[in-house]
Design a protein around this ligand. Sequence first.
Ligand code: PHE
Length: 363
Amino acid sequence: MLQKIKSFFEVLEADSLESKSDVLINILLLAENEGLSEIDNGKTVDELKIIQTKYCSKKGLLPDLMKYMGKVSNKDKPVLGKIIHDFKITLENKFNERLTALKNAERQAKLEAEKIDVTLPGCNSQIGHKHPLTLVEEQVKEIFTNIGFTVVEGFEIEEDYYNFERLNIPKDHPAREMQDTFYLNEDVVLRTHTSPVQARIMDMMCPQLPVKIIAPGKVFRRDDDSTHSPMFHQIEGLMVDKNITFADLKGILLHLLKSIFGEERKIRLRPSYFPFTEPSAEVDVSCGNCNQEGCRVCGYTGWIEILGSGMVHPSVLEMAGYDPNEVTGFAFGIGIERIAMLKYGIDDMRLLFDNDLRFLEQF
Ligand code: PHE
């Protein structure tokens, strides 16, 4: 049809429109109908835009038509003008109407496709939980902060001086044999226990009193089997003040172990030896597995060894600047792995470091 109109105008170039305006009007009406039905059949917004270009744009039919207005007789001009104007308005209205309808339909289809079914089960995000060693460490921290102790941290890489010398363990002392470790150089080691924190904190505090701290952290030794790991965790405890006695140490340890293992547990202090405490005691807790009848867990003794402790050695106090005739103190060191193994019935320490979820999810 468009082609038809074009060729009609070509013929007009030579001639006048006068005698043919009726024909032109009819052709235009036909073109209008054809445009309308093309718009109706447009299936997508893109298709519609192509149709619009064909009829209404600068490159489309309308500007072509306007070119011929000058050739029309004065009588016919308003008539043809109105028809061209109507042609344009009708097509544009139709086009806009159809465009809106298509856009709505496309939007609707998109909404349908994206519809969220609120009745579907949600996706659970997996929330982890605390490692058994963290649980024990947090419990011990809570027990001590509740009775006025402060939590401090020392250095994992420690000077030989603090790890050994300040704890009465000189270079050739046999106690070094049990605490062989990783040497970074002759004077710097991976600490073998949390006890160097005792010396460091007393250096900081002296002459203030009381000193009441616990110090959790990693320690390192040349050990590796089912009950020993080259890296493990300890919590150091230290209290220094006037008139601190062995009874204070025992009372605090009884409170600690009952809080962890249960009110019915008993403790036993056995004489022991540490170069930095005098007197020293190894502390046992009654076996909860057999009620002290004797079993594999307690080695058929009814008691389980749990920590080392003692009264702070006078020369350790003195090296920090305290007068051992004026002040006394107690100290202890607990192995966190050991507590966790007893508390949760774990028989191999390595399980605590394997990070096997089948194990960890049990806590
Ligand atoms: N540091 C000692 C050890 O690791 C434990 C201990 C701490 C003993 C404090 C007495 C006092 O074996």
